[in-house]
Design a protein around this ligand. Structure first.
Ligand code: NAP
Length: 252
């Protein structure tokens, strides 16, 4: 696998980096997913906005449309309760409307209970695994045929520092993020010689969102970096400048 990535401190994406690309983003209604969905649209992509809260998806849809970027599409999906048939419906609708998929950003996640393994409830563990692990697996599996239709598709998984090294009281969240890294690596290895699809992961690092505020309620949000500061890295891994990059983990 290729290990050399571009120096992202100097990365200048082309304005039309994602022109004519169809890119699906989960958790597109808030936080990092919202900022990145808008950035992808700004660089020419038709963005498929996936999330559970329709009003939030409508609000980012309106923002993208008002900015004059390519018209996005909204697909409401609750990743906690969705069954295989719901994913199939989503994939069928994408195929009917767009024919192929060029990019997939697995961004949606739950933080869940911040507690010890001993105190973690089975119910909250299962809920978190459904959203953070099972959903990216099913969505990837179901979208692979449409990703194969793209001449150069990119899948981005979202990790976390606690997924790279477990930490006390981060419970199911940490385990779920480790699973995302491994899912990315396994998939990237399978796709390496056999397809034009690449898979990589991003650990955004501390970023000013609701999830960060929930995890660190005593922290002053103004000292935490903005979602917009992550845009160059997410553009780089989604666009044609990272074609050689597969199976790699990046920090935001
Ligand atoms: P956020 O502000 O809490 O946004 C999470 C997104 O996931 C929201 O759009 C949310 O939708 C969606 N989501 C949650 N449960 C869902 C479900 N059942 N079905 C569909 N969508 C669901 O979090 P964020 O900070 O932007 O996090 C984005 C990603 O970065 C996550 O994978 C997170 O683990 C990772 N991350 C964040 C940080 C950080 O400091 N912020 C650090 C490391 C990693 P609703 O708004 O409708 O609930």
């Amino acid at each position: 696998m290729t290990t050399k990535a571009m120096d992202l401190t100097t990365y200048q994406p082309k304005k039309d980096l994602l022109k004519n690309k169809i890119i699906a983003v989960t958790g597109a209604g808030a936080g990092i997913g919202r900022a990145i969905a808008k950035a992808y649209a700004k660089h020419g992509a038709t963005v498929i906005l996936i999330g559970r809260t329709v009003e939030k998806l409508e609000s980012i849809y309106d923002e993208i449309e008002a900015a004059g970027y390519p018209q996005p599409a909204i697909f409401p999906l609750d990743l906690e309760t969705a069954i295989e048939a719901d994913y199939q419906q989503l994939v069928d609708a994408i195929e009917e409307n767009f024919g192929q998929v060029d990019g997939l950003l697995h961004n949606a996640a739950l933080l869940g209970e911040r507690t010890s393994i001993a105190s973690q409830t089975v119910k909250s563990w299962q809920k978190l695994m459904a959203v953070n692990v099972t959903a990216p697996f099913i969505l990837t599996k179901k979208l692979l045929p449409l990703l194969h239709k793209s001449p150069q598709a990119s899948i981005i998984f979202t990790g976390s520092s606690v997924g790279l090294k477990g930490r006390a009281y981060w419970g199911a969240y940490a385990v779920s993020k480790a699973a995302n890294e491994n899912l990315m690596q396994t998939l990237a290895d399978e796709l390496e010689e056999t397809s034009a699809i690449r898979a990589n992961s991003i650990n955004p690092g501390a970023t000013r969102t609701q999830m960060r505020a929930d995890a660190f309620p005593a922290e002053d949000p103004s000292v935490v970096k903005s979602t917009d500061s992550l845009i160059p890295l997410y553009l780089y891994l989604m666009g044609g400048d990272s074609l050689e990059i597969n199976g790699q983990q990046f920090n935001g």
